[in-house]
Design a protein around this ligand. Structure first.
Ligand code: PGA
Length: 255
């Protein structure tokens, strides 16, 4: 099927892969994905592998992303990585506000909004993650949670910046659990987010923003999810750690 928006697939490797393992994976991906032009392809290795992976994908259709960044540009922030440091390795994308960081590092929407602003200032495209927990869904609060996260995490972005921002809808209960949202559940959330973007920004922005689905995406369910009108790609965790499964997700989605 054809969509106005180009599909974008990002592999979130999380805290996996030494440099040697990362290079193995990316060499496999280069071969498997060599002819793909229909979708944007991004890999997000841990910081320690960015340098080597960056060199390995120089002559390929694979782009580099990071898993987080500091909202600050320089200075006394022990353990943090600034956007300008990511740019040294030709990083183009950065995942922000992943539910694991919201949960374990207690990241707030306010902090994520600062990071999103800093990423745009450095011309890095943020992939801003939102999504409800199981108890929030069961309590009938999904839309309210998404609205709070969208309004808070994207606060202060202008329309041009928003157009260049990617949103990842990742229901927390579907991440790493093998339980995928049904395509109807995904579409319902994506449509809601797009409608909200229309209110907060405008209709043109809402039409252009790409919204990825994330949460147990696999080769077997990717096509059905991507066939939904408001689903524009995937943020893939577990299945992005092997070249064959990540490549098959992309091939099955565009084929
Ligand atoms: P998963 O993770 O594909 O392993 O469910 C997705 C994510 O956390 O981005």
């Amino acid at each position: 099927m054809t969509k106005d928006r180009k599909l974008i697939f990002a592999g979130n490797w999380k805290m996996n892969k030494t440099v040697a393992e990362a290079l193995d994976l990316v060499r496999g991906l280069k071969i498997e994905l060599a002819n793909i032009k229909e979708a944007d392809i991004v890999v997000c290795p841990p910081f320690t592998a960015l340098s080597e992976v960056s060199k390995a994908i120089l002559d390929s259709n694979i782009r580099l992303g990071a898993q987080d960044m500091s909202p600050n540009n320089v200075g006394a922030f022990t353990g943090e990585i600034a956007a300008v440091m990511l740019k040294e390795f030709s990083v183009r994308y950065v995942i922000l506000g992943h539910s694991e960081r919201r949960q374990y590092q207690k990241e707030s929407d306010e902090l994520i909004a600062k990071k999103a602003a800093a990423s745009h200032a450095a011309s890095l495209k943020p992939i801003v993650c939102v999504g409800e927990t199981l108890s929030e869904r069961d309590g009938g609060n999904t839309q309210q949670v998404l609205e709070t996260q969208i309004r808070g995490s994207l606060a202060g972005l202008n329309k041009d910046q928003m157009t260049e921002t990617i949103i990842a809808y990742e229901p927390v209960w579907a991440i790493g659990t093998g339980k995928t949202a049904t395509s109807d559940q995904a579409e319902e959330a994506h449509r809601f987010i797009r409608q909200l973007l229309g209110q907060v920004f405008d209709e043109t922005v809402a039409r252009k923003v790409r919204i990825q689905y994330g949460g147990s995406v696999k080769p077997s369910n990717a096509r059905e999810l991507m066939s939904q009108p408001d689903v524009d790609g995937a943020l893939v965790g577990g299945a992005s750690l092997e070249s064959r499964s990540f490549a098959d997700i992309i091939k099955n989605s565009i084929g």
